[in-house]
Design a protein around this ligand. Sequence first.
Ligand code: FPP
Ligand code: MG
Length: 327
Amino acid sequence: MSKFEDIQALTAREHAEFEREFKKLLSTRVPLANNVIRYFLDRKGKQLRPLMTFLAVRLLGREWNNATIQGAVALELLHNASLIHDDVVDQSDERRGAASINHVWDNRVAVLMGDFFLSKCLEASNRTGSLEVSRVLCEMVTRLCEGELEQMSNARSHRMTEEGYFSVISGKTASLFAACLKVGALTVGATPDEVDRMGEIGEKMGQVFQIRDDIFDYFPTNAQVGKPTGHDIAEGKVTLPLLYALKTASPEESKKMFALLDDSSQLTTEDVNLIVDFAKSLGGIEYAQARMKQIGYEARKVLNTFPDNEGRAALAALTEFFMEREK
Ligand code: FPP
Ligand code: MG
């Protein structure tokens, strides 16, 4: 199994049910909200989170049920609520290669629509009938918020360690991937040990996903990747390639870079390009790629503690896809 479409095809039946429930839950009597929802549904993304929830069920060799679908709906809603809010926080006018909700409408609409998605997530979570699922979701949302806040305070100082970087990406991205596998497993009666191992796999897959995402930022905008080069740097975010370069460079060189970063609200395109080139010339990309592969390998090792089946092969292929994807 290699192509992303092949992995998706494996869960086509549950995905169709998911789509029906997702749309049903998002209905509202308010025309403005309906306009935003329609705009959002036309640009809905790859829907990796429900896919992971369904693959967790496959990995256990079980059959999905209504709680699995509701859990997947809750996770996808939460993911999208967080992106809608993130674009307000980052003052970003683009999402998935199109204008963000805050840009088409405004911050007030985006904040309230993010809240609307979040409340619908809670409704879907209730529909699973599982307090355990609710607990996993609550813990994850807390970690998401903590990750974002940690990233924000790091963006102010720029003196980040690799440990700090991993703490941020674990919070803002990996916690959600971990929750996807755990929720899928919980809806089919997995044991606590199975749920824990699922969490570990999801956590590592999420880190792989985020490191790849952070590497994208160092390359020219490609029509497939919905954001411009150096976007993170312009937002004051120090990610793994730059972090490595700052650690490896001579004291004079890093001092020069810190001087630029510390005044990141004033960065020109030339400054951003200079920082991108600095990170690349010191081997930052190769280092980030090596770390990503190492974590992918660790994910695979935990995955292999489960019996060999189509779910295991699909999750292994999905990890590979995360490392190689171009968007
Ligand atoms: C994208 O990161 C954003 C996230 C991974 C999480 C955002 C989380 C919040 C705003 C807090 C929690 C939200 C709710 C609804 C409780 P990025 O900015 O690095 O990536 P991008 O390029 O996709 O914007
Ligand atoms: Mg953002």
